[in-house]
Design a protein around this ligand. Sequence first.
Ligand code: 5GP
Length: 202
Amino acid sequence: MKREGLILILSAPSGAGKTSLCRELFKTFPDMRESISFTTRTPRVGEVDGVDYFFVTEQEFKSMIDDDAFAEWAVVHGNMYGTALKTLEEARKNGIDLVLDIDCQGALKLKEQFDGGVYVFILPPSMDELRRRLESRSSDSQEVIELRIDKAADEIKESRWYDYIIINDNFETACSELSSIVIAHRRKTFRMMEQVGKLFDI
Ligand code: 5GP
């Protein structure tokens, strides 16, 4: 009996610290893999096709929708993003633990259509702290910051239907909480039976 891969879905408003938490997660669990999404957005400097995203045209994306190739997809900031069903099915079948960094709309679609994922929402400690974090990133204009704050307020309402919520106040604490969730799901009996079978011949 092959161990079933864990599908971990992470969502967070911009500025909550999801990228840093993800980076730490991959350091703690080097065997976890990041799901590579399809997107119609143009690559940023340094981004590589097939590594950061599969960059496709709108026509290609739409034809994947028609072929039911997506487990979920959504329009985020005017671009289309989607997770291929094949990515999830192959990881699960091959016992690979996969992390999906997707927005709330996509996560909700996935929860409705795909069994067994683990949904984690990462929150900032307060709206004031979120604003402070966004303002300290010198890259964004005040207009973009205001848009992100408005969007964050809507996204935070979506946290209610996630399986777990992490409040990223202290980074180390948030990292250990995220790791604990992964460890608990890795220790689920149905994921342990392959190893138990090998160890004890049952
Ligand atoms: P970016 O363009 O900055 O890489 O990502 C923008 C947003 O798109 C992020 O909030 C990210 O979570 C979301 N996103 C990335 N890939 C997917 C995907 O496959 N599906 C959905 N629904 N959202 C995605």
